[in-house]
Ligand binder design. Sequence first.
Ligand code: PMV
Length: 322
Amino acid sequence: MDKVTVKAPANIAFIKYWGKKNEKLRLPANSSISMNLSETYTLTSVEKDKTLQTDRVSIDGTRLNGEALIRITKHLDLIRGMAKEKMFLRIESKNNFPRGAGIASSASGFAALTLAASKAFELNLSEKELSILARLGSGSACRSIPDGFVEWKVGETSESSYAHSLYPPDYWEICDLIAIVGEDSKKVSSTEGHSIAESSPFYKARIAGMPKKISEIKKAMKNKDFAKFGEIIETEAVNMHTVMMTSKPPLFYWLPETVTIMESVIQWRGQGIQSYFTIDAGPNVHVICESKNTDKLKIKLKSMHEIKKVFINKPSIGATLI
Ligand code: PMV
């Protein structure tokens, strides 16, 4: 097959994955729930090239080497192994958002790479198989494979830990306005962060509370109860960041601007603009609202000098060939 191009969305976790029960297999400590994002994505082109002696990867115009390249080559070796192929790949990947700033570029990146490389090697994998493979590259990437609103079931084995769609993108008209306050790569990667999560004295309680939280959010999603849903996601984000901040060493992903926006969201809610925040492993704030409030919130966010850029996302389909 000639050049294969895939578009894969980033996803925002409403119930987060933080901490693993198996490091090597990237098996999470808990199930998680997310939404794929329409305007925040990775485009990856992959070509087999028999002249290459190694995989040649560029991301956003920069050629990868060292650890970053090794991580990708290891992932491609898995796919080459499945396809019984030896050939190296020429890969070009572009994100339309800042990488490493907590907008899950590893999720969209590994989801795109997994689908593109498997197609280049003419493997016809099911959604479940693709999700499992993407998880082995970067945990949350498994959630960027299926469409719309997604659940990654915790699973006990590699075979049973994958994501599936709960609802298609048009199920619920909600929006994620991502307020960008910092575009630098994060100092501590999520891979490192997961590995120290257990050192927080609050970690055990977090994990113990997960099954109840998951069933409550699923109920709120089923009933399209936005107030209940919002309350759960906001508390959940603060819960995960509490674990991060109390790990050894402590991880502080927030900037002062992050807190300003969190407080503004609570204030706007008090004024009747129903919205809730969530934050991944970075300083940027995801403001979640029903579509009817998107314009009002866009104006509010754009008028804040703390915010450099706002990405407005609707729910999206998962990784697709284009
Ligand atoms: O897939 P990773 O290793 O980049 O971890 C993602 C961690 C969070 O974004 C903080 C939470 C999540 O579930 O996406």
